[in-house]
Design a protein around this ligand. Structure first.
Ligand code: AMP
Ligand code: MN
Ligand code: MN
Ligand code: MN
Length: 278
């Protein structure tokens, strides 16, 4: 069976390694089919593609778009699109803008909570100045010794109701799916188990997503528990969605799951790659 990993990050967004090093780590871990899915940014693709093909992996273009839906942040993964598509590129630029101002507001809140200079501190961890994210603040807070790991940071800071949380309006669900589809790609709901969405709201999200042409949902991801693999396999079947698999790897010693190191999809679902020429 092919080892397919269709979700991970480089330092072009909030991962710690450059795209070529992520590719090398994927290959070393036995990945056969690989996509880099940086947040709201596809500038890592040329380096990722060249490295992947040089290592003999099958390469798939990818991105993870931040969306605001019903006041929540939802992530939509796009796969196998034309990375030269101008509408997609423009859409991602518009989604990225505002991150710097948000980061300054986050830093102001953190300063009041006793963590000074967080903007400058987070920037030291940033590989792409257009993409300063909460993960970079988390790394700075750990560097200071205030928290021991990312999980602790995201329980004490940077989330709703805690210091350093600044709400932000991302792309709309319709725009994100339309950009991906317009570029010939496949749209996939990322890590559905991570959202505060139960039956009725999840039903509304998936129906709306399908209406715009969305086709897949992540079932086996580093963000799900084994019980959620089964739960979302059932969801994929119920909604006629293809199932995806991806580690959501960000950094060694930081991510729950390493590249390629996930269980296979349950046999009851149709993989998002079922009709790809592999
Ligand atoms: P942002 O796009 O700036 O809101 O940052 C979102 C990123 O923060 C996600 O892609 C994750 O990498 C990270 N993140 C958010 N919540 C958590 C969490 N509970 N544990 C670990 N990482 C998280
Ligand atoms: Mn991330
Ligand atoms: Mn995500
Ligand atoms: Mn991700």
């Amino acid at each position: 069976m092919l080892n397919v990993d269709l979700h991970c990050h480089s330092n072009v967004s909030d991962g710690a390694l450059p795209p070529a090093e992520v590719a090398a780590r994927a290959e070393a871990n036995g990945v056969d089919v690989w996509a880099l899915t940086d947040h709201d940014e596809i500038d890592g693709i040329p380096e990722a593609r060249e490295a992947a093909l040089g290592l003999g992996m099958r390469y798939v273009t990818g991105v993870e778009i931040s969306v605001t839906w019903a006041s929540q942040t939802i992530h939509i993964v796009g796969l196998q699109f034309d990375d030269k598509n101008e509408d997609l590129r423009r859409g991602l630029i518009s989604t990225r803008c505002g991150r710097e101002r948000r980061a300054q507001e986050m830093a102001a809140q953190l300063a009041e909570a006793g963590i000074p200079n967080a903007f400058e501190g987070a920037l030291k961890h940033v590989g792409n100045p257009d993409l300063i994210s909460r993960t970079h603040f988390a790394r700075y807070i750990i560097e200071l010794g205030v928290c021991k790991d990312v999980q602790e940071v995201f329980s004490r800071y940077l989330i709703e109701g805690k210091p350093g949380y600044v709400p932000h309006r991302w792309a709309t669900l319709k725009d994100a799916v339309t950009w991906i589809r317009g570029a010939g790609g496949i749209a996939v709901v990322a890590h559905p188990g991570r959202y505060d969405l139960y039956d009725v709201a999840l039903d509304a999200l998936l129906n709306e997503f399908k209406r715009y042409g969305g086709a897949g949902v992540e079932v086996v991801t580093g963000s799900h528990t084994p019980a959620e693999y089964d739960q979302f396999a059932t969801v994929a079947r119920k909604y006629g969605l293809l199932a995806s698999r991806g580690s959501d790897f960000h950094a060694p010693e930081e991510s729950n799951v390493d590249l390629g190191a996930l269980p296979n999809l349950p046999p009851s679902v149709t993989p998002v790659w079922h009709d790809w020429r592999l």
